[in-house]
Structure formats: C-alpha cells, structure tokens
Design a protein around this ligand. Sequence first.
Ligand SMILES: NC(=O)c1ccc[n+]([C@@H]2O[C@H](COP(=O)([O-])OP(=O)(O)OC[C@H]3O[C@@H](n4cnc5c(N)ncnc54)[C@H](OP(=O)(O)O)[C@@H]3O)[C@@H](O)[C@H]2O)c1
Length: 277
Amino acid sequence: MTDPQSLAPDFARRYGPRALILGGSEGIGLAFAERLAAAGLDLTLIARSGEKLEAAANSITASHAIDVQTLVLDLTGRDVEERAAEIVAAQDYGLVIYNAGATHGVGLFLEQPADRALNLVRLNCATPLAFAHPALSAMRRRGRGGLILISSMSGMAGSGYVAAYAASKCFEIVLAEGLHWEMAREGVDVMCAVATLTDTPAMRRSGMVEIDGLVPMEADAFAGGALDALGSAPIWYAVGEAAADAMRGNRRTANTANASRMSAQLWGIDAERPIQG
Ligand SMILES: NC(=O)c1ccc[n+]([C@@H]2O[C@H](COP(=O)([O-])OP(=O)(O)OC[C@H]3O[C@@H](n4cnc5c(N)ncnc54)[C@H](OP(=O)(O)O)[C@@H]3O)[C@@H](O)[C@H]2O)c1
C-alpha cells in the first residue's frame, strides 16, 4: 500500500536539499514541514515565536533524520527586505513555501486602525516579493526548484469585513500566475495553493464561529494536495477546480455579497449594524 504521506519519488531531487517555510511552526506550515521531512528534505522554519518553532523542530526531528533550523523573524518587520536576501543566500533552498498570512481579527475597514490593513499588505504582498526575488534567482541559476504561495478563497472576490485581507490574498494568486509563466522556461515551478476554511491553531484563536454544515479541511490534507499539484499548474484550489470555476462563472457583485455574508457569519458579526464612529 502507498504511504499516504509519501510524495513523488523524485520530489527530493527536484525540490531538495532544503525547504524554507515562512510561517512553519504550526497549522498548515507545520503540515508542509512534516510531509517534506518525511520525503527527506532538510528544513528552515520561520515564525515569530521561538518557543513554537522549537517545539515544531523537536517534534519533526523526533521522527525524521533530517536537519531542522529555525529563525525568529516578524515577516511584517521594516528590515525584512534586507533580511530576505541574507536568509535565502545562507542555504541551498530548492523549495520555498510562503505560508504566514491569515487575518487575525476582522471588521469593517473604517472601524480598524489603518495599520492593520497595511500589515496585511506587508505580510501578503511586500514580503512574499522580497523572498521570491532572491529565491527564484538562485533557483534559476540551478535550473530547478519551486515556490508555493498560500492564498485563500477570500482572494477570489472583494469581501466586506476582510476587505484588505481579501485584496492581499488576490495579489498572491495573480503574482503566482505571472511568475509561473516566467519561470516555467527556467525549469522552476511557481504555484499558488488556495486554501478554503482549514483547521489551524491560528484560525481557532481568531474567534471564528462554528457553523453547522461547514467542516474545515485538515491542514495535512491541504499540504498533501498542494505538494502533489506542484509543477502541474499555476494555481491549485483546495476546493477543487470545478468549485473555483463555478465561483468565477458568477457575477463579481454576487460573489462579493456572498463572501461578505459568509465573513459576517464566520466571525459572528451583525451584518446590519451601521459603521461606528
Ligand atoms: N486556516 C484557514 O482557514 C485558512 C483559510 C484560507 C487561507 N488560509 C491561508 O493559509 C495560510 C496559513 O494560515 P493559518 O491559519 O495557519 O495562520 P497564519 O497565522 O497565517 O500562519 C501561522 C504560521 O505563520 C506564522 N506567522 C504568522 N504571522 C507571522 C509573522 N508576521 N511573521 C512571521 N511568522 C508569522 C505563525 O507563527 P507565529 O505566530 O509564532 O509567528 C505560524 O507559524 C495563510 O496564508 C492564510 O491566509 C488559511
């Protein structure tokens, strides 16, 4: 029987020897780390909490004979562009996964401080570019490698309560499409993996409400699906191509109305309440 955790036999040759996971200490990022460790790739994990990084590294090395390095870094920090070049140059990264990027706290744009939206733009737009540039340039020299950006179904349409988040996740989808086209001729695979509601510690902490009939995806199933799809398409949708196509077939205004209603429901917001202040 095939091991459900196993990746394609040539995965390590194509994307090894080491993967960099930005936001790799828990949830989806940790699920990627565990699958890559099982395939024999060494890992560098980045996150803000050193404690969570250490716990992740210990749990991975307890079951896999690979090297795990960790780095504490805030991906919204002002010095991130310089640090990105330095971090990428320090190792031979065959795979980079930009995972950090969820919204923590939602609400009407005018009821949130502007810096919350600007942070999402740093996290989901500026910093992915800062890492993609040196990483893809090194992969191009080697003639192989992969970059995966993690986006969200929220990036498929504007949405009230998460307007800046949805816009920043749309940036990742469109960026990956363009980079996929440019890098394919260099033997380098770029892909955006578009997540649907997924059971992660960050989502549990963010105050989402459980809605009857809405079953979140497991982080491991998401990571496995994305890694299997790498190299075959610019975008992989966790909900499946047919569901993504159906959404694209709708009027954008209808998608925005649905997404806004769903956001309100997910976070237990009264959609009729007027803007405060
Ligand atoms: N979970 C879902 O339902 C869902 C749905 C759609 C899309 N997604 C996408 O999936 C990705 C992962 O989501 P998630 O739910 O696992 O939560 P997340 O907060 O995006 O990711 C958690 C990981 O990222 C790290 N991280 C978060 N902010 C960071 C920062 N500023 N600097 C450095 N590291 C940071 C966290 O560690 P520290 O906190 O220690 O920094 C942790 O390792 C995101 O891109 C999100 O948009 C998730």
